[in-house]
Design a protein around this ligand. Structure first.
Ligand code: NAP
Length: 289
């Protein structure tokens, strides 16, 4: 049993923290919007008054936050995690952020005397609920190995990628590709529909072809047929990831023209008011409705 602190109870964080509690860990929780702690408190979690309060009351602090800005605030803002001594404590950031953000957070945690691991996840709301996420770790390998059993309370696979920043890079590669696949599928399929092809046939043939992709199988029917965009992965976060992927390319001196175009389409969809819908609603950036 580990005394875990969990900060960020959004779509992913709440489900991940619930799995930690169900596997017998004690949880102290904090969320910017306080009402979101109620469900977990009913299941045995105790609530904290600030990120610093979480850190004081936990041995391992996990963060699952929207973006780099949120992560930097929760660690280094007023009442932040790194404002108290983190000696003998470990912080794990599981948010999707830039490698640079991970390195800054690692430095803040080290400055407060603690250890840090980055651990972004693959998988959305259902794998988070089922405890079947794939978790990528970056940082000290021995620390990652020590934390593996705890991480496996939230996931079914842990892959160590290398030093701090390596897991953040790997996570961005996956989302960069998934966002791009959905966009090109959207514009190709809309062209097919306009030409009179049937949605089911388009999906059936794509999925039987070399262009098949699990994300098309998962999201395609809702994108073309039912046009249901129930939020599993918010579009605003996909836009954030495209921006981070372009920045990562810039930082490495690698051109990312395809991702830059995809970023624009996500931005259009968000400007049209679909930012809180699932990222498959990017197709609405093309149709406008
Ligand atoms: P979400 O539902 O939007 O939750 C975001 C969390 O961050 C909430 O707890 C939110 O607090 C908090 N937050 C946002 N801005 C903040 C700020 N400035 N200061 C303090 N707290 C702040 O997002 P999610 O879907 O759980 O995703 C969390 C992270 O995991 C993101 O980095 C995302 O890219 C990544 N991810 C998501 C999925 C997915 O399928 N959903 C899959 C893999 C990875 P409030 O409740 O107060 O807004």
């Amino acid at each position: 049993m580990t005394n875990v602190g969990f900060i960020g109870l959004g779509i992913m964080g709440e489900a991940m923290c619930r799995n930690l509690i169900r596997k017998g860990h004690a949880a102290v929780v904090f969320n910017r919007t306080p009402g979101k702690t109620a469900a977990l408190e009913a299941e045995g979690a105790r609530s904290a008054t600030s990120p610093a309060d979480v850190a004081l009351r936990s041995d391992v602090v996990i963060t699952m936050l929207a973006d780099p800005d949120a992560v930097r605030r929760i660690y280094d803002g007023p009442g932040g995690i790194a404002s108290v001594s983190l000696a003998e404590k470990v912080c794990i950031d599981m948010s999707t952020v830039s490698p640079e953000c991970s390195r800054q957070t690692a430095a803040s945690v080290a400055g407060a005397g603690g250890d840090f691991l980055e651990a972004p996840v693959l998988g959305s709301k259902k794998p988070a609920t089922d405890g079947t996420l794939t978790i990528l770790t970056g940082g000290d390998e021995a620390l990652a190995e020590m934390l593996r059993p705890l991480l496996l309370a939230m996931g079914s696979k842990v892959v160590h990628m290398g030093g701090i920043g390596a897991a953040a890079h790997m996570k961005l590669i996956v989302n960069q590709m998934m966002g791009t696949i959905l966009c090109v599928f959207g514009e190709a399929a809309l062209t097919g529909l306009a030409a009179g092809l049937q949605a089911e046939k388009i999906i059936e043939v794509v999925m039987a072809s070399g262009a098949a992709s699990p994300v098309v199988g998962l999201k395609g029917p809702d994108m073309l047929g039912a046009r249901r965009f129930e939020t599993h992965f918010p579009l605003r976060h996909a836009l954030k990831d495209m921006k981070l992927a372009v920045l990562a390319g810039d930082a490495m001196g690698v051109p990312t023209p395809v991702t830059a175009a995809v970023q624009q389409l996500f931005a259009v969809a968000r400007e049209r008011g679909f930012g809180d819908q699932d990222f498959s609603a990017v197709v609405r950036g093309l149709t406008g409705n």
